[in-house]
Structures are given as structure tokens and as C-alpha cells.
Design a protein. Structure first.
Length: 401
């Protein structure tokens, strides 16, 4: 789904995995899930395929369809429905021999029945035990199996919100499918749906954090088209409020540093040993967060901390600018100098992360200062380039005002 819809729809020539027939199979599979959201545009280079999802009409993430499909054989399906008919009452506990005999009774009604031996039935039951939908208990030397008790589902509105707003929201979507029909109450102006594709990785990360384990992750380097492996201690998942992108904050023993990894670049997670330093490292990260604007934990200039501040001036009708600074500041402080002037200042690990946000105030900035002088010079050059682009002449201090 990433290769086709997030990083640009691939043509048959660009698809490098397996054969051209595989391309057609993958394309058809995706179209069966997302056909209602696909649109086409003709360009000089050819037909362009893209997804178009209107959150006013479609309030549920359509990409969850990828997690709700599974390949199975006719034998899998036959055995599945027979087993759950046999174990339909949660209080019914039967031995493997009893269950296998009942399966044979079900199938004996057919002219050419497909028979299952006890080994196949045992493997299927153990698979369901691992999923938590069948319970096994030993009585003496004999194993008994029964269906797990039905769980009470949370309120559908809770599931509705969780499924669209939380990491691993696909879990809420699965539960919502089992809930009674209800009216949708939520719509999202900024609906970050692509995180759905990272659900399995994120679930594994949460499990490792819950158990305070180290892990080995394989990360994709999309520039070099190769995998790199790192042993890390996962500490927190951080989600961008601007893009919805998810990052793993983790301690890397090899570097003796806490750094970030984009979850959509993590190809696999292998659990390791329990880390005795987990609580210490989590506390260290919590102490760093007040000086993190994004997920960077080290200055690009090589220092430990960088200072940034800028002053804005606004008119009588723009008093909301001060409230906006307070609301969006994340870290640092906002000082009201007078009724029309406010100053923001912060000490952060990487002041370059603030630049896109600072630019949104550019027509009201009257003064700015970065301790990272190279970044300050670049910011000033960007303003001068904008002036040249619009034919406004050279930038002066009065122009900034």
C-alpha cells in the first residue's frame, strides 16, 4: 500500500518485486480494498492513479481493510466453522478425542467428506488458544478445550474515536465491527490515515515497552534502498501533530544516545532481553522532552542546547496572535511586551525544527535571534531571497518591522 499509494503509484516497469504477473495481482488486491477511493488523472506522462478520501463522507480509515483480509484454504474455513459450532457454548469443555469425533460426525453427512486427523485439529485448536478465543485446561493428564467467554465491548462511540485517533486504532476498528450499529458522531479535519500501515510494528513496539524489553529493529534506508539493523531500547512513541507521522524514541547502546526512528521505515521488530535500564532511560527522555520541539535530541551545530527567540508585532485586530503563540509554543515561554508586541524564546536541542513554524509569523516578525548563527544567517537569506523574488529590494531592519 505504501509503494502504490503513499510513495507514488508504481507502474509495471517500476515494480521490481517478482514478475509482471505479481504486479497485476497486487494491483487487483489493492483495488478490491480501495476501489471506491481511487481516482485517475490523465497527464502528458500517462494516467496518474491516486487516492481521494473525503472525511466528510468517509469517517473511517479505509486502509484498515489491509488488516482485515487473510488468505485461507477451504480446509481452514471448514474446520473453523465446525469447531465453533461444537464449542458454541463457553461452558462446554471437550477433549481433543471428543472434538475430533464430532468433526467426523459433521462431515459424514457429505457424499465425499474431507476428513481431518487429530493432529490437524490439535494444531487449529492451539492456534485459537494462542489468539485467546479458545481456552485450554489440563485435568489430570487430559487437555480440555472450551470457547473463551465473550468480552463486553466498550461503548461504540469510544471505539469509533479510538479507531481513528489512536495509534494501533485498527484494534478499535476490529471491535467496532462487532458492536451494534450506531450513528457516527466524529469527523476529523486532519485525518492522518497512513499510520494504519504501521499498526503491526507499533503494536510490537508497545508490547516491548510494556515488558521493558530491548529490541532489534530493521530500518529501511529509502535513499540507499537497503536495510540497517539496530539494537535499541524502545522508550516512547511520539506522533507529529502537524503531519501525523509516528516516531519511535529509543536508546541506542552503540551510540550511547536517545534518537528517533520513523515507524514507517521500520521493517521488522525482534524482541530481546528485559532491559534493567528501561526506567532510568525513560526518565532521562522525560527530562529531555521540555527542550525538544520535534524529535531531534542533538543540535546540528554540535552543541547540547540552542537558544532561539523572535518578537512579533500585531495590530489592534490581531490580538489572537498572542493566544496563538501560547497555544502552539510546545516548549519555551511567551512574553507579552505590550498590547501589540510579544516575544517567544526557548532553549532546544535543534532550533532548525522551529523554522517552519517561525516562518508562519514572518510578516509580523520585527526581530529574531538564534544562537546557531549559521541557521540565523540562512533564515535571513531566505527572507532576502523572498524580497528578491517579489522585487522588493534589499532587506533592512525597518523592512523586518
Amino acid at each position: 500500500m505504501r509503494e502504490f499509494y503513499v510513495y507514488g503509484f508504481k507502474s509495471r516497469d517500476e515494480y521490481s518485486r517478482k514478475s509482471a504477473r505479481s504486479y497485476d495481482d497486487e494491483k487487483r488486491r489493492l483495488e478490491s480494498w480501495l476501489g471506491d477511493y481511487m481516482q485517475f488523472r490523465q497527464t502528458p506522462e500517462g494516467k496518474t492513479v491516486f487516492l481521494s478520501i473525503d472525511s466528510r463522507v468517509s469517517r473511517h480509515n479505509p486502509l484498515y481493510a489491509a488488516w482485515k483480509t487473510k488468505s485461507f484454504t477451504d480446509g481452514d474455513m471448514t474446520l473453523h466453522f465446525i469447531l465453533f459450532d461444537i464449542l458454541q457454548s463457553p461452558g462446554t469443555a471437550l477433549t481433543l478425542k471428543e472434538i475430533t469425533g464430532l468433526v467426523d460426525e459433521y462431515l459424514s453427512s457429505f457424499d465425499e467428506p474431507r476428513m481431518f486427523d487429530s493432529s490437524t485439529v490439535r494444531k487449529k485448536l492451539n492456534e485459537y488458544v494462542s489468539e485467546g478465543i479458545v481456552v485450554s485446561e489440563k485435568r489430570g493428564k487430559t487437555m480440555y478445550y472450551r470457547r473463551a467467554e465473550d468480552a463486553d465491548l466498550p461503548d461504540p462511540d469510544v471505539l469509533d474515536f479510538f479507531s481513528e485517533a489512536a495509534p494501533c486504532g485498527v484494534i478499535g476498528s476490529f471491535l467496532l465491527d462487532k458492536a451494534d450499529s450506531h450513528r457516527d458522531h466524529f469527523a476529523f479535519k486532519h485525518h492522518y490515515i497512513t499510520g494504519a500501515m504501521d499498526s503491526e510494528i507499533v503494536c510490537q513496539l508497545f508490547a516491548a515497552m510494556s515488558e521493558k524489553r530491548s529490541i532489534t529493529i530493521e530500518s529501511i534506508n529509502r535513499h540507499k534502498d537497503r536495510l540497517s539493523e539496530n539494537r535499541v531500547v524502545p522508550l516512547r512513541l511520539m506522533i507529529s501533530a502537524q503531519s501525523g507521522r509516528q516516531y519511535l524514541m529509543a536508546y541506542v547502546p552503540r551510540l550511547n544516545r536517545i534518537i528517533s526512528f520513523r515507524t514507517d521505515n521500520i521493517a521488522s521488530v525482534r524482541p530481546g532481553e528485559v532491559s534493567e535500564r528501561f526506567d532510568e532511560l525513560r526518565e532521562k527522555l522525560d527530562g529531555m522532552i521540555p527542550n525538544m520541539w520535534g524529535v531531534s535530541t542533538q543540535s546540528r551545530s554540535g552543541g547540547r542546547m540552542e537558544h532561539v527567540e523572535f518578537t512579533v508585532r500585531y495590530s489592534e485586530s490581531e490580538a489572537h496572535i498572542h493566544q496563538r503563540l501560547e497555544r502552539e509554543k510546545r516548549c519555551g515561554t511567551v512574553e507579552r511586551i505590550d498590547d501589540h508586541t510579544s516575544r517567544f524564546s526557548a532553549d532546544v536541542f535543534d532550533s532548525s525544527e522551529l523554522v517552519p513554524w517561525i516562518r508562519t509569523f514572518i510578516c509580523r516578525i520585527i526581530d529574531f535571534s538564534f544562537s546557531n548563527k549559521a541557521l540565523e544567517a540562512q533564515f535571513r537569506e531566505d527572507i532576502e531571497e523572498m524580497y528578491r523574488l517579489y522585487g522588493l529590494g534589499e532587506v533592512t531592519e525597518d523592512d523586518l518591522q
